[in-house]
Design a protein. Structure first.
Lengths: 416, 248
């Protein structure tokens, strides 16, 4: 029994309330946990202990940090636009929380005798809701940069809006392949479709790879954390923020990480279902456990990336998004649409069609005019082209006389 | 009005005033960014209206495309104008408000009348019939069958606009003129060029003024430590006063 769209919107009001509170608590706890998790994992990668003082294994460290942040002085810059300055972190956080409303945690469960799907709600365009809220979430960052009334936040805000819009295009395009395969945009039905066929991460591997890359860009995480590049922009868009407002940005960033991981699990990694398990382990509340485990594994990937890769240069990063990810995505969607059309209309001759298209591409690649490179200057020409007064280099035909001591050592060695 | 549910009515009466307030705020706000934000509020309310009226796809697209992308680009440009660049109250064109109001009302009347005439006597199939195969699927079928030509023409128009914008912003460079990272690096270390970062103004200076040059090890002033846009002038006594950095 898998939930379909018709099963949603029929809950009693208190069930809805319980689900809302549960999603809220899940996200806040995940944030607190992820901060600790990230610090411990990065510490492990850098051969140091990481936070280990508060609570068992330092688990309460992020809670203590959060409380401390809340009691810090709230500074309002003199040149700030007061209303917008206050509004920006609120927009960020509200959008981050809203996106999680459509995440399927599991199949039908029984809550106080009520049979209900383990998901807050589902709509025919559920995945678009995530894109819409992440699009609105950019406002929080852009407005915080503008309203702070100082240079670094403004530059950080501009960078982030350009970055997030670019990578949202790539992200949206990679999801298109999932829509085409599943024939629906509702998250619960996409999970069901993957149970029938296979994980879309396997069937639609290029889409999954592009989604994974653009998700890192979309959440402003290392190595794509250019909006808050410390070496260039101090703190980026949140340079002027302090106290609870800063905490809200922090919260939003970590919730966004959980959301893109949750969406990746739902769209590509089979959702709450775990493969190779007996049926009774893929029912009821078990789904929530598998979902959380998968999300934690993806979060580990985020941390791994952060611990491994240095930050990209901004122009390289934008070039990568627009000139590599988006064209590759479009070509892949075209190929997928072609295969699906051939499969639907001429299943007998499909290998002729696919082989013919492949041969055409191959021919085009063979006969494509190659770019002629200008001949490379030789070493002598390069040396001659150096401007006068450059650092002196020894002549190319310099004969280094062999040191007399070296001769003696070889001689001694030969004796031994 | 039959068939209006309570939830629908509540959503309408909450959001309708909000969207009108947003529209008014857009016109009234003095600051360009505030104006844009009010417009975002209106567009967001419109998106929710579409969803309430059983058009979830168009509602989401309204939010993603209009508030998420188009208004963001507007904001992008407006942000560069600066924080304090508020509208001036002085009218540059005489009587433009009256003309604007007359033209605006006229346009609204024209559009309303046109829509009224066009939908007059139209056979209504009803929402259940239209959404029979699902809202998204029904919309897709219509766009890619009956209206495919209009759809393609619109997309061609948009692509033309995008390509035009790119051509306007494009700077043509020949192959030889392009300066790569390696070439820039070599240029940086050429003789006569100081590769390191320049000393910030006043960083090593003895006073708090940025007009005070830093001192070189032999005690002479370092000209590179002062920004070239600062005019040469006599320092005041306060500026000359020592910062007491000698460590006594």
């Amino acid at each position: 029994m898998n939930p379909t769209l018709a099963d949603f919107g029929k809950d009693v009001w208190w069930i809805v309330l319980i689900k809302i509170v549960a999603v809220f608590v899940f996200l806040v706890v995940m944030t607190l946990f992820t901060i600790w998790y990230e610090r411990r994992v990065v510490a492990r990668m850098q051969v140091r202990p990481g936070p280990n003082r508060h609570g068992p294994f330092g688990l309460l460290q992020s809670l203590a940090d959060g409380l401390k942040l809340a009691f810090k002085e709230d500074i309002m810059p003199l040149k700030a636009d007061r209303v917008v300055f206050f509004l920006a972190p609120v927009i960020s956080t509200v959008c981050a929380f809203t996106a999680f409303a459509i995440m399927p945690f599991g199949p039908f469960v029984s809550i106080f005798g009520q049979r209900t799907p383990l998901q807050l709600t589902d709509i025919p365009v559920a995945v678009l809701l995530v894109l819409a809220t992440s699009g609105l979430g950019i406002y929080g960052i852009v407005l915080s940069g503008w309203a702070s009334g100082s240079t670094y936040p403004l530059l950080g805000g501009l960078r982030s809006s350009a970055q997030m819009i670019s990578y949202e295009v790539a992200m949206g395009l990679s999801i298109v392949a999932v829509f085409m395969s599943a024939g629906t945009m509702s998250t619960s039905e996409i999970v069901t479709k993957q149970a029938d066929s296979n994980w879309y991460a396997i069937l639609l591997l290029p889409s999954f790879v592009i989604y994974a890359i653009s998700a890192v860009g979309e959440t402003n995480r290392a190595p794509f954390d250019l909006p808050e590049a410390e070496s260039e922009l101090v703190g980026g868009f949140h340079t002027e923020y302090s106290s609870l407002k800063f905490a809200l940005f922090f919260l939003a960033e970590y919730i966004n990480m959980v959301t893109v991981s949750g969406l990746a699990v739902t769209l590509f990694l089979g959702g709450w279902r775990m493969p190779f398990l007996p049926d009774w382990l893929n029912q009821g509340w078990w789904g929530a456990l598998w979902f959380t485990i998968k999300v934690l594994i993806l979060l580990f990937m985020f941390v791994w990336l952060r611990g491994t890769l240095p930050r990209l240069r901004y122009d390289q990063f934008m070039k990568f998004g627009w000139k590599v990810l988006i064209p590759a995505n479009l070509v892949w969607i075209l190929v997928l649409a072609g295969v699906k059309t051939v499969n639907a209309h001429a299943p007998q001759q499909r290998w002729y069609w696919i082989g013919g298209a492949f041969a055409l591409v191959l021919l085009a690649a063979i006969f494509w005019p190659s770019k002629k490179d200008s001949p490379k200057p030789t070493l002598e020409q390069e040396v001659a082209a150096r401007p006068a007064g450059s650092f002196p280099v020894p002549p190319l035909d310099l004969q280094v006389p062999v040191s007399p001591r070296a001769q003696r050592i070889t001689a001694e060695r030969e004796v031994v | 009005m039959s068939g209006v549910e309570t939830g629908e009515a509540v959503a309408f009466f909450l959001l309708a005033p909000l969207s009108v307030i947003g529209a008014l705020g857009m016109v009234m706000a003095r600051n360009a960014v505030h104006s844009a934000l009010w417009l975002v509020l209106t567009m967001l309310s419109l998106g929710v209206f579409y969803i309430v009226q059983a058009g979830p796809f168009i509602g989401m697209v309204q939010i993603i495309v209009y508030t998420g992308a188009i208004m963001m680009l507007f904001l992008f440009v407006l942000m560069l104008v600066g924080r304090d660049a508020s509208d001036s109250v002085i009218e540059t064109l005489r009587g433009q408000r009256v003309v604007a109001i007359v033209l605006g009302v006229g346009l609204a009347g024209l559009l309303g009348l046109g829509t009224y005439r066009a939908t007059q006597g139209l056979a209504v199939t009803g929402l259940d019939e239209a959404n029979k195969a699902g809202n998204v699927q029904g919309l897709a079928r219509l766009i890619f069958t009956n209206y495919v030509f209009a759809f393609e023409v619109t997309s061609a128009l948009l692509i033309t606009a995008a390509v035009g914008a790119m051509i306007l912003a494009h700077v043509e460079r020949r192959r030889g003129e392009r300066v790569g990272q390696a070439a820039k690096m070599r240029e940086r270390f050429l003789p006569g060029n100081y590769p390191g970062p320049k000393a910030g103004p006043g960083v090593y200076a003895t006073s708090t003024s940025v007009a005070t040059p830093a001192k070189l090890p032999d005690g002479s002033p370092a000209p590179r430590s002062i920004s070239p846009i600062l005019p040469t002038r006599e320092l005041t006594a306060a500026e000359k006063a020592n910062k007491h950095t000698e460590g006594r």
